[in-house]
Design a protein around this ligand. Structure first.
Ligand SMILES: NC(=O)c1ccc[n+]([C@@H]2O[C@H](COP(=O)([O-])OP(=O)(O)OC[C@H]3O[C@@H](n4cnc5c(N)ncnc54)[C@H](OP(=O)(O)O)[C@@H]3O)[C@@H](O)[C@H]2O)c1
Length: 156
């Protein structure tokens, strides 16, 4: 089961530089509840971005895989993978893909479930989620607050 989880605007904006364009606490709580202790994969840029937030604390996941094309990269708290497609297409257990833009684009074709938080409002940034063919998915759950429309899509 490959789960992708992310927050974006209605225009698919997900990032600004190496940071999130917004700070929405309720979405962070939602995200943390879903991914805490789970096996995750993220890109090298997202890994360093998260380390900036978790300067002295461990990242709040189970096993962490970091995708990078740098074959010399070694990390204390994560397993480095150099071939993301090979890794994802052969992964048999539950995996959570947590970004960023490059990694979402490469793994979207393998995604069984999309946990999309649609952030309301307008923000500026430079990193986007790729176009999604929603005809390949059905909405199986959603919940709307003043700030965010939380959705869960499953591949049909
Ligand atoms: N809104 C959200 O929910 C959310 C969630 C997470 C992240 N983000 C945002 O996303 C942005 C970061 O995204 P990004 O695209 O810059 O970086 P990224 O996806 O975090 O990382 C890209 C990394 O993937 C590596 N890579 C490329 N192809 C690969 C392959 N086939 N196998 C293994 N590794 C591969 C690249 O390696 P090389 O460097 O060696 O080329 C690069 O280091 C930030 O703005 C962040 O805040 C948003």
């Amino acid at each position: 089961m490959i789960n992708l989880i992310w927050a974006m605007t209605k225009d698919n904006l997900i990032g600004k530089g190496n940071l999130m364009p917004w700070h929405i606490k309720e979405d962070l709580v939602y995200y943390k509840n879903k991914t805490a202790g789970k096996t995750v994969v993220m890109g090298e840029e997202t890994y360093y971005s998260l380390k900036g937030y978790y300067k002295t604390r461990p990242l709040p996941y189970g096993t962490i895989y970091v995708a990078s094309l740098n074959t010399d990269l070694k990390l204390d708290d994560a397993i480095v993978i150099n071939d993301l497609i090979d890794f994802v297409s052969n992964f048999k257990d539950e995996l959570w893909v947590v970004g960023g833009a490059t990694i979402y684009k490469l793994t979207l074709p393998y995604a069984d479930r999309l946990y999309i938080s649609f952030v309301k409002g307008n923000y500026e940034g430079d990193k986007y989620f790729p176009q999604i063919d929603y005809s390949k998915y059905k909405l199986i759950w959603d919940n709307e607050t003043d700030l965010v429309h939380y959705t869960l899509y499953e591949r049909v």
